[in-house]
Design a protein around this ligand. Structure first.
Ligand SMILES: [Cu+2]
Length: 203
């Protein structure tokens, strides 16, 4: 299981890469702009110089931004495919959004409402649909955000690599009790999971 790349890493890497470049250019361009305003003000620079036709400059400002944009695309694409390519052997859970709660159906018939319990370090695939209007399953800790639409099955997957409790909620305004469509992903040890899944009457 350890060779699975957690999409959280890929999404975060892409995010910081893009926001990092954006900040670098924001500050660099602002500083150069301020410097130009002062250095080339009318009183100091009566006749503006013409730099048209400088092929070195033009090549640089075409090639450098193209490379940066392509790198952004590659990192974004990697995080996208990371989120879409489900690893082998994932635990599959059927997810139904309904007005106004989330229902989860486990392979052995177990059902839960507004709570997912999963064993640590095992990839989890969620097959998502809706009973009525459009809902959207958002689990920020795992960078999962997928619409639930009646008549259509979509999916998402995540790798719960740390035990703990992770919040999720509906992020499609779906009606009067939309705000109550929240829940918890409980990531537990494989032993605790086995014990939980075999307790038939608790839910
Ligand atoms: Cu909803």
């Amino acid at each position: 299981m350890n060779d699975i790349v957690n999409p959280v890493t890929l999404v975060d890497r892409s995010f910081y890469f893009i926001i990092g470049f954006s900040f670098v250019f924001l500050f660099a361009i602002t500083l150069v702009m301020i410097w130009f305003v002062i250095r080339y003000r009318r009183s100091k620079n009566k006749t503006p110089s013409d730099i048209r036709g400088n092929w070195i400059l033009e090549t640089v400002w075409v090639i450098v931004p193209t490379i940066i944009a392509l790198l952004m695309f590659v990192s974004g694409w990697k995080s996208y495919t990371g989120l879409r390519d489900v690893p082998e052997g994932a635990l599959e859970i059927e997810v139904t959004g309904q007005s106004f709660s989330w229902l989860f159906y486990y392979p052995d018939g177990k059902e839960t409402e507004n709570e997912i319990v999963v064993p640590v370090n095992k990839p989890v695939k969620l097959n998502i649909t809706s009973e009525d209007v459009i809902h959207s399953l958002f689990i920020p800790a795992f960078r999962v955000k997928v619409d639930a639409v009646k008549g259509i099955y979509t999916y998402a997957w995540f790798l719960p690599d740390k035990k703990g409790e992770y919040f999720f909620q509906c992020t499609e305004f779906c009606g009067s009790d939309h705000s109550s469509m929240t829940g918890i992903v409980r990531v537990v040890s494989p032993e605790e999971y086995e014990e939980w899944i075999n307790k038939k009457d608790e839910w």
